[in-house]
Design a protein around this ligand. Structure first.
Ligand code: VGL
Ligand code: ZN
Length: 198
């Protein structure tokens, strides 16, 4: 069975000099490149927001980054402005091997709604199209790496499991934001959803 490596959001803004830095984010570039050779298919995801995106604290007057807000689709963390369409911060880390990717899927491009998961936007119902792509190719065995462990990696892996894919997170090739205990919560939630952590 072909195994798929799904590389989540390995972009400059999530690396240490970026707008929403994840500690050690650049340390996993080389391990991810090395892993690519062990997989029959590689998919990259790219966080891709318009400047007026509703997840940016700067678009909510008076709101601090990392505070919470209620959106029509549920609670949402307000982030520093990051991964704005076409900016250097939205580009992939320059060390990432892009040549191996069969598909690059962008998410979060609608101004009114965030999209952590590679499968659904944060309303949990608007699909990105990734599930259809994988099913059309008959790919069911998915391995997740990248950034951030406790947000986009976790939400992607949990959606994959819910959709009936076999989902594994390779933890040594992820790094976390860890906002108010979000990493341990995400690990427990992933296990409960049937995601394997290895
Ligand atoms: C992410 C917060 C906002 C992620 C993306 O890639 O985990 N986190 N946008
Ligand atoms: Zn984002």
């Amino acid at each position: 069975m072909t195994r798929v490596l799904i590389v989540v959001d390995m972009q400059n803004d999530f690396c240490p000099d970026g707008a929403l830095p994840v500690a050690g984010g650049n340390d996993i570039v080389a391990p991810i490149n090395a892993l690519m050779g062990d997989f029959g298919a590689v998919v990259l995801t790219q966080d891709w927001h318009p400047a007026d995106h509703a997840s940016f604290a700067a678009n909510h007057p008076g709101a601090e980054p990392f505070s919470m807000v209620d959106m029509p689709y549920g609670p949402q963390v307000l982030w520093p402005r990051h991964c704005v369409i076409g900016t250097p911060g939205a580009a992939f880390h320059p060390g990432l091997d892009l040549d191996r990717a069969d598909l690059v899927i962008r998410k979060g491009f609608r101004a009114g709604i965030d999209s952590y998961s590679a499968f659904f936007e944060n309303d949990r119902t608007t699909p990105t199209g990734l599930a259809g792509y994988l099913r059309d190719r008959g790919l069911t065995d998915l391995f997740f790496v990248g950034l951030a462990h406790d947000f986009c990696v976790a939400w992607s892996a949990m959606d994959a499991a819910r959709l009936g894919f076999h989902a594994t997170v390779i933890e040594r090739a992820t790094r976390a934001i860890d906002l108010n205990g979000s990493l341990e919560r995400a690990r427990a939630d992933m296990r409960a959803a049937g995601v394997a952590l290895e």
